[in-house]
Design a binder for this molecule. Sequence first.
Ligand code: AHR
Length: 506
Amino acid sequence: MDKKFARITLDPEHRISRVDKRIYGSFVEHLGRAVYGGVWQPGHASADEEGFRRDVLDLVRELQVPIVRYPGGNFVSNFYWEDSVGPVAQRPRRLELAWRSTETNEVGVNEFARWAKKAGTDLMMAVNLGTRGIDAACNLLEYCNHPSGTKYSDMRIAHGVQEPHHIKTWCLGNEMDGPWQVGHKTAREYGRLADETAKALRQIDPTVELVACGSSNTGMPSYPQWEATVLEEAYNSVDYISLHTYYGNRLNDTANFLACSDDMDRFIRTVVATCDFVKAKKRAKKDIMLSFDEWNVWFHSDASDSDTMQNRPWSVAPHLLEDQYNFEDALLVGLMLITLLKHSDRVRMACLAQLVNVIAPIMTEENGPAWRQTIFYPYLHASKYGRGVALNTAQRASKHDTKEFTDVTDVETVAVWDDEKEELTVFAVNRDLENAIVLESDLRAFEGYQFAGHIVLEHGDCKAVNSAAGEAVAPSTVEDRDQMEDGLLRSRLSPASWNVIRLKKS
Ligand code: AHR
């Protein structure tokens, strides 16, 4: 037996779940240059008649983003939504406490809804349960979703928006477990507030789906008791619990960094177990689903962000969280996507945080183009080819240990079968930094399927980055790495690589 190996067996019967396309969601917060200078920049050469950058819209459409969380994030906990609607000239400027910035309110709820329509995406709206509560949440929902004939629906119409926005998914606050959150609460306080807010929102619009805040990451002292307490209060009135996590290669140890998706895997398993524990306690019938509505790599900008927020004057759209991603970040993003898909029976929504300029796959130059970061590519591939039924790959692979993790598989895989188009895609990351590994896929249960292509993201330098000047890290199609015979496919995965292996019924 080879020392390094990876084998999978694919069978249409070995289903994890039909993938909810919202697992490929993203996030735009009023933070840094995400909105101002990102999605919206009147005066830019590519701006449309409403000031939205067409170059950004094109890239968002290319990613086929199905849902975008808005307007925060930490921002939402001191968001006064009424300031963001109505005649722009009358909108107040505000001190925005989460990011110590000046919020001009030039883009608000209605503008962002219009942008979302242009981008071909749905909105996931968050309400302020930090400085505000049930009343502001109800009023915003009435403003957005009620047809007409009431104070806030008529206010929307007076603002020129006749048709309701029909926003289905609502987040009940953001990271309320975090001491950094404006209006931070204990689990019991938040659970009660989430429950009462949820019940009131459902009176206004019974079709909404509601997400309660889970833990901000697995390192929080209140994790995972937070989830249990919140759900003890709000189990019957919410549909989802959120998970957030960001990783960074702070030890400058690539092998260890690439094992971080194992932490994400454990996080999901623990939250599922906690939901099911509360379900059993409550003798409940429904399952609580998971909304992994913030995930990504985030650490490159740490030092400059604390300087901006601690030492610089309040300003509009400062440069914040502008991580420039490298090749190894793209590999971890690929691994995190695989992890989400492996849990797609419970993770129904997920948001790559964020979308433009702020820890984002898309960056913009103020007087120049929009460009693709390294992490753009695994996200693109998953969103494009990962629609259908996620399959358990029954993976067996050699393993290694890293500084912080043990039994880390050398190769990670998941497969998605598009049963309508009769296409099958295997996503695989070889996280061995030195060795190519042959992935052996037993496809005999997929009779008539033939190899149709192999896309790879690879680079000799884990620290290689893209920029407006050019893409050092971009995918290529490889012709010489796959051999198929009698339903057995052998694919060579180069060291440290993201692979998209496509099959099609002939
Ligand atoms: O995405 C950046 C920030 O990360 C969000 O505002 C907050 O929810 C999280 O801590």
